[in-house]
Design a protein around this ligand. Structure first.
Ligand SMILES: Nc1ncnc2c1ncn2[C@@H]1O[C@H](COP(=O)(O)OP(=O)(O)OP(=O)(O)O)[C@@H](O)[C@H]1O
Ligand SMILES: [Mg+2]
Length: 248
């Protein structure tokens, strides 16, 4: 069976800087794959390339076996199968929570208001915010706003969820509620590729951890192996720095 996501020989350059230097990565259905690595190692670039937000210089991105990096593929159509949440919540401040969640379905994909709203209320219920549908984002905590962003990313029941450091802009006491929601999604069998600095979370929830450095995938494996007994010196050095910073 095809993996949900297949990344083949992916190369991305910005000018003369190589951000991704030949990445090969499969994510299978129901798998939770966590990307770790130092700042600038290419985690966000990889997620952005998979979401077809960046033109790639070489290689392929396959979704369910279909090469969506082929220039003939309409990225808007391909992206329907992908839900994305970034570090900053990107909610529209002048729109209610409900309107934020229904915006893309209604205005980009032409879903009727009633259908979009009923689906949005269901999603808000799932992230524990059914009673905040009519609130404006500035009346919500950062954690609640990020849960709205997660609800929004689920609007099309995506095959693949991409999460980029979704807790790093949150106050420490709000991180837990967002990670608990991600864990719930993982337990429900969602297929997730996420970048995070939350090593404890990676250890508990990831099926596989991938360590990136300098745009290369240095090593990957079960969390207990990569975080507990890494093969490569570079991984060891990175983890040692994290231990020093009290994050592991
Ligand atoms: N839009 C851009 N223009 C030029 N260079 C970029 C751009 N985006 C990323 N880069 C470069 O690509 C490399 C990879 O960056 P990326 O943001 O993917 O790292 P990261 O692993 O997500 O880091 P962090 O942990 O800080 O989020 C870095 O050298 C970065 O400077
Ligand atoms: Mg990043």
């Amino acid at each position: 069976m095809n993996p949900v996501l297949g990344v083949r020989g992916l190369v991305k350059r910005y000018g003369d800087r190589t951000a991704l230097d030949g990445i090969d990565l499969d994510v299978h259905e129901h798998e939770v794959v966590v990307l770790i690595g130092p700042s600038g190692s290419g985690k966000s670039t990889l997620l952005r390339c998979v979401d077809l937000l960046e033109e790639i210089d070489d290689g392929q991105v396959l979704l369910d076996g279909v090469d969506v990096s082929d220039p003939r593929v309409d990225p808007d159509v391909a992206r329907r199968g992908i839900g994305v949440v970034f570090q900053s919540f990107n909610l529209f401040p002048h729109m209610t929570v409900l309107d934020n969640v229904t915006l893309a379905p209604r205005h980009v994909h032409g879903v009727a208001r009633e259908t979009a709203e009923s689906r949005a209320r269901d999603l808000l219920d799932r992230v524990g915010l059914a009673d905040r549908a009519d609130a404006y984002p500035d009346r919500l905590s950062g954690g609640q706003q990020q849960r709205v962003a997660i609800a929004r990313s689920l609007a099309y029941d995506p095959r693949l969820l991409l999460l980029d450091e979704i807790t790093s802009a949150l106050d420490p006491e709000l991180v837990g509620e967002v990670l608990a929601l991600v864990r719930e999604l993982a337990e429900q069998g969602r297929t997730i590729l996420m970048a995070t600095h939350e090593m404890g979370f990676a250890r508990r929830v990831a099926d596989r951890v991938c360590f990136l450095d300098g745009g290369r995938l240095i090593e990957q494996g079960p969390p207990e192996q990569v975080l507990g007994d890494p093969e490569h010196e570079r991984t060891r050095r990175f983890l040692a720095r994290i231990v020093d910073a009290g994050r592991l």
